[in-house]
Each structure stands twice: as structure tokens, then as C-alpha cells.
Write a protein that binds this ligand. Sequence first.
Ligand code: SAJ
Length: 441
Amino acid sequence: MSLQGLRSKIADKSALLGVVGLGYVGLPVACLFAGAGFAVRGVDLKAARVEQINAGLCPIEGEEPGLAALLQSVVASRRLRASGDFETLRNCDVVLVNVETPVHDDRQPEYHALRSALDSLAPVLKPGALVVVESTLAPGTMDGLVLPNLEARSGWRVNETLFLGHCPERVMPGKLLKNMRTMSRVVGGMSPATSDAMTALYRCVVEADLDPCDCLTAELVKTAENAYRDVNIAFANELALICEAAGADVWRVRELVNKSPGRNVLFPGAGVGGHCIPKDPWLLAHGAQGKVSARLIAAAREVNDSMPAHVARLAEEALRSVGKGLAGSRILVLGYAYLENSDDTRNSPSEALTRSLAAAGAETVIHDPHVRAYQGDVLQRARGCDAAILMVAHDAYRSLDLAKLQEALRTPVLVDGRHLYDAEQARAAGLVFRAIGQGVR
Ligand code: SAJ
């Protein structure tokens, strides 16, 4: 089938869509296109997830407005069906690939899931199919890995019998459906005609700008937008460390700096987690193919990755001020998700914190109202602990009664990693209080 033929099947929504990978990105994508009227076949290697989806149950917990209802409806109407078998994609006109693309410890892209998906997909593709990779990729991956793999495995040529593009996702846990509908997307095609066909497809679910470009540009845009965020968070964190050392309050400094036109200092915090920001800067750096060393990107990653250990040092200093140390203390970690009001614990800074605390000989008790394993009464959890460390600004913690926390703790130490509490109120409640970016004079 030609791109023209595909475009008419997109126009009347008779095109059969496939989605490889039904996780935080793939599942909402599959639901959105099914909700827009397409028949969608999803494939995921996790049998339990496939079973849940086909039962109309959403495997993604946490607050995802509208997702569970949309999933239930598109499964009930049989527009969306999930399977573990790539054979179910055999007649798809379009296949969206949404698999994880992490980085190894050596900061190189880890493309096992991507290669495996392409290897399984290529043999079942029909002539004229359009494959769109939505996963975040190091610049150069579409040309250097995706295209040659698909051509080698299918025996067909891209832009002749196969069509190929890259449309990186822009989602955020807690706003999956909303972001997909309302955020602009770069639509990278291996040819301008492919970009046009992709634009026609995404226009069915995206209300915002769809910006056509080539695949390399699309890879650079996505990785750069997250590297940009990481570098800016790192600046906020480094400013916080300087203010602490100087005995100042970074939050007042930040507020006044941001009054200056064109300034927007982000939020200092206890670390940078998630499945995007910690790894996309390394994917961008990889795109330089070793010809340019991404020094600023690497330095920013080092600053952000150092924040959990800094929080541990704040706790150690606070304990020392009351004659205790980390060794032998029991520390309550408030929040294990990487983001407020989410259950997503991927690359959580709290994980790094608990490692730092354990290395110093402290025992940790974890609480998180959104993460099933750590739910419970926070004051109960505080009993017998020698310090509480606030790592995630969950709404549930905003209303925490600090006087009751002080009573519950064995040693009344509170360290605030997300600027959730007022220092004076905390100290008035009898707590030994420390906070990122707030020096003690
Ligand atoms: N963080 C800070 N200070 C800040 C902002 C974030 O410490 O000022 C920390 C958060 O606590 C979290 C991590 O950084 O641990 C990441 O936070 P995030 O707000 O960037 O959330 P993510 O990781 O879900 O980022 C995603 C990204 N979207 C995609 O990759 C498609 C990012 O580009 C978006 O800017 C972000 O969502 C968003 O704000 O929507």
C-alpha cells in the first residue's frame, strides 16, 4: 500500500493500529487512538499486564485522570485488544513502538528492548506499513539502528515498501492523557511524505501543534528538552548548596531572582528521578558520537545525582546536634515515588537516599501514600524513628501535623528535601529542622 492509501485509511479510521509496549506511554496511546475510533492491537511481553488490560483494568496505578475509564470503554467496545503475540500485528497499517530505552551504567544507550521489539515486529509487517518509534532515542538511532534493522529483518526498503518515523512522546505520570492530547509533538519522518502521513494520524488525537521534521531533528528535540530541564534543575540545586553554605535561604533568593526578566530558577530538591530526566541527557550526549564532550550535561547529572547524599548529610548534621549519629539510628523516609502524587518509583531519589543511609549504618523505614508497599499511618510509621526525611512533596504530607510528628519520633529531627514545611513552624513544634537550601546561622 502507498502512503496515499494509508492516508485514506487514516482519514476514515479504517487503518488497523498496533502498539508495541503497553506501559506508561504505550497504554495511553493505544487507548487514545482506540477512543478516536481506530481498531488497536496492543502487544506487551508482560502476560499479567495483557490480562489486566483485556479485562478492562488499568495496570497503571497512581492518579491518571480519565485513563481507567477510557481503557474500560475501548476494551468493552473491542476496539482495543492486547496480546503477548506479535502475530496479532500482522495486518496492522501502522505500528507505534513504545519500549523502554534506558542507559547502561556506562551511560551508553541500552537498546535491548528496542532491538527485540524490532526483531519481532519486522517479520509480521505487511507491505506499506508505517512504523513510528515513540520511545526516546539517542540522536542517530533511527538512521543507525532502527532503519537498518527493519530493512534487514523484513527484506524491504524504507520509503519504498515500508515507511518509518520517530514521534517522541511527551508524557508525565499523573497527566498521561492530558499531555498526549494537549502537548505539541515533533513528527519526524524518514521522508517529508511520511511526516505528512504521521501528522494526519496524530491529528486524530493531538489538539496541539504537530511539527514536521526529519528523524534526527526529532531525536535531538526530545533528548535536548529533557537535558535542558536537567541542567536547569542542577543550577537550582547548586544555588541551594551555595545558599546553605552561605547561611541564606535559597527560596527567597530564587523568588527574587525570578523577578528578573528572563530568569526562571527551577526548584532545588532532594534529587532528580523518573524515567526521562536522568537518562535523556546521556542519550543526547551519545548523539555527539564522541566528537564533542558534553561537559555541562555530565556536570549537571553529577550535581543532581549528589542531592540524595546531601540530604543524608543534613540528617547526619541534625542528629549530631542532638548527640546522635546516623549509625544505629532509624530514619523515616517520607516518599518513595520520584514525583509528587505519583506511584512511579523509577529511579527514585529515595532509593539513592536509603543506600546512603544504609552505608552510614542507619536503618530506614519507608512511607509513601501512593506506593502500595509503603502505605499506612505515617505517625505510626514515625514511632521509634530518630529522624524523618521528606523526599517527595506528596499532597498528603502538606497537612502532616508537625507537633504530632514531634511526639511520635524518638528523636525529633525533620529534614525537608522539597521545601514543604515552614522552618519556624517546624522548630516551634519542637523539631530540629534542616532543609535543602536553607542555611543554619
Ligand atoms: N525536579 C526537581 N526540580 C524541579 C523539577 C523537577 O528536583 O524544578 C525533580 C522531580 O522531583 C523529579 C524529577 O526532577 O524527581 C523529574 O521531574 P519532572 O517534573 O521533570 O517530571 P518527569 O520526569 O515526569 O518529566 C516529564 C518530562 N516529559 C517527558 O519526557 C515527555 C519533562 O520533559 C517534562 O518537563 C515534565 O514531565 C513535565 O513537567 O511535564
